[in-house]
Design a binder for this molecule. Structure first.
Ligand code: ZN
Ligand code: ZN
Length: 273
């Protein structure tokens, strides 16, 4: 997670020399700076994928696309409402239709959020297991529960602490919007998902899109850890993404299935694409 929160989101996926950015919601300059800080050249990015047309997900995307000649993958509906963007080229994503992007198998899933056009989450298939990616979701829908069950890593929104939002400085109408089913997921709602629906194959939860005003990283982490503890899940790593800096990286290969003696490499790995 190069950065995540209400002030801008960008995530790097890397496999060998193939690299994809999900959302470029920080400025181009800031994304380039953060990539440099982890020794990744912006010129090595092969594609940009956009979840929805809110500025905290698109801010630097058009310039990034033009400067590096990379396509922007998003739904036709998001492209239509993001009409002022001049990008190198567009690639349309369709919900529930898998698409190969630089070796990652993206399946967009429509989620409940209040962008002008549909917001999507992703199930991302890789040979080392699948990633579930949902950063702006008012509620965890049955579709997300089903598609995220067999993932190895989940990147999920933990936007606000319900108490902090209630007593915080936002206008009442904004508070209603954030806490609605088309707003943002609270720490507590994520905890309910963790207790009731977390798949047995999940080995890492990345908390994303934390509000700087209505959340505290330590509270978000504690709420998630308590839910894991309550369900006896001691096998799940928790990573908290940050607004102002790159988070610790997550290596899917570290949870690869152990090889049976004598089995051939080609037969051991079930590819959950
Ligand atoms: Zn949004
Ligand atoms: Zn957002």
């Amino acid at each position: 997670m190069l950065g995540s929160g209400s002030a801008g989101n960008a995530t790097l996926l890397e496999r060998g020399d193939q690299r994809v950015l999900i959302d470029v919601g920080l400025s181009y300059r800031e994304v380039a700076r953060r990539l440099d800080s982890i020794a990744v050249s912006p010129a090595s990015i092969g594609a940009v994928v956009i979840t929805h047309a809110h500025g905290d997900h698109t801010r630097g995307a058009a310039l990034f696309s033009r400067r590096h000649g990379v396509p922007v993958h998003t739904t036709a509906a998001t492209r239509a409402v993001w009409s002022d963007a001049t990008v190198s080229s567009w690639r349309d994503l369709r919900c529930d239709t898998p698409t190969d992007i630089c070796g990652f198998h993206f399946t967009p899933l429509e989620v409940s959020h209040d962008a002008a056009a549909a917001t999507v989450a992703f199930q991302i298939g890789t040979p080392d297991g699948a990633i579930g990616f949902a950063t702006d979701v008012g509620v965890v829908t049955p579709l997300l529960r089903a598609r995220f069950r067999d993932c190895r890593v989940l990147v999920m929104e933990s936007n606000h602490a319900t108490d902090l939002l209630r007593v915080g400085p936002y206008a009442r109408s904004t508070k209603v919007r954030i806490s609605s089913a088309r707003g943002h997921l609270s720490n507590e709602s994520l905890a309910v998902f963790v207790r009731e629906d977390l798949g047995r194959s999940v080995r890492c939860l990345v908390l994303a899109h934390l509000s700087r005003v209505n959340n505290v990283p330590e509270i978000a982490e504690m709420t998630c850890r308590e839910a894991l503890e309550a369900s006896g899940r001691h096998d799940v790593r928790v990573v908290v993404s940050r607004q102002d800096r790159v988070a610790e990286s997550v290596d899917l290969g570290s949870w690869a299935a152990p090889r049976r003696p004598g089995a051939s490499a080609g037969r051991q790995v079930a590819l959950p694409f």
